[in-house]
Design a protein around this ligand. Structure first.
Ligand code: C5P
Length: 226
């Protein structure tokens, strides 16, 4: 049985390959993430197609612009039938997205990209550790009235302790024990991420690059239930 809390990241070079992957995964996966790689190739339309098939759709478009533009973009995206949309976790951006959202669409704030380490944050001009910045932005996300955040599984526990129960915590950086971590820096297993307080997990390459994507997805689903 598919677990709707598992979003498979369709980070693939074409819509055709993404559609093939969805077909191969069949009823083992019901939730999919479409990101910037597919967006310019018709990713929004593909999201509509998946939603019409009854799949849960996460549009990871990471909006960041002036209030009016974010609000109007969110309004357009609300019509796709997706469940989740990301925006950068800046108070003005999050408030604008909350205003533009309608229907089933929920808004997630991207706190701090996992590719940024402490030195990178200093170089950008931030005078906080990654964790301080994440927790600060979580408070701002709650205040802005959005529905959740994206964070590393290693921060999920601290975040869960400071947000309402129905606040979403969506974590990439998930790997089975013994898996190649690739460019993910701060990882946890599916079960650990869920027990730490994640409401959803995002897994890409361990499933999409596997010789047997369906078995990989089933193993991850089983680990989530542990
Ligand atoms: O590594 P994996 O293929 O499982 O990545 C799934 C998602 O995790 C990606 O779509 C991306 O949004 C996110 N990611 C991340 N940090 C990285 C690499 C990917 O948060 N270093």
């Amino acid at each position: 049985m598919a677990d709707p809390r598992l979003y498979v990241a369709l980070d693939l070079p074409s819509i055709e390959q993404a559609r093939d992957m969805v077909e191969r995964l069949g009823d083992s996966v019901v939730s999919y993430k479409i990101g910037l790689q597919l967006l310019p190739l018709g990713g929004a339309e593909f999201g509509r197609e998946l939603a019409a098939m009854g799949k849960n759709v996460f549009l990871d478009f990471k909006l960041h612009d002036i209030d009016a533009t974010v609000e109007k973009a969110t309004r357009s995206i609300s019509n796709i039938g997706a469940d989740l949309l990301t925006v950068h976790a800046r108070p003005d951006v999050m408030k604008a997205a909350a205003k533009g959202r309608s229907g089933r669409l929920k808004i997630l704030g991207v706190t701090v990209l996992t590719s940024l380490d402490e030195q990178a944050l200093i170089d950008i001009g931030y005078h906080h550790t990654a964790e301080e910045l994440v927790l600060h932005r979580v408070r701002q996300a709650v205040d802005a009235g959005i529905d959740g955040v994206v964070s590393s599984p290693l921060e999920a526990g601290k975040i869960r302790a400071m947000v309402p129960d129905d606040f979403l915590i969506v974590t990439p950086g998930v790997r089975m024990a013994g898996n190649d971590v690739g460019d993910q820096k701060r990882v946890a297993t599916p079960g650990v991420a869920i027990r730490a307080g994640a409401s959803h997990i995002v897994v890409g390459r361990p499933i999409t690059q596997s010789n047997d994507p369906k078995s990989a997805a089933e193993a991850i689903t089983a680990d989530m239930a542990k």
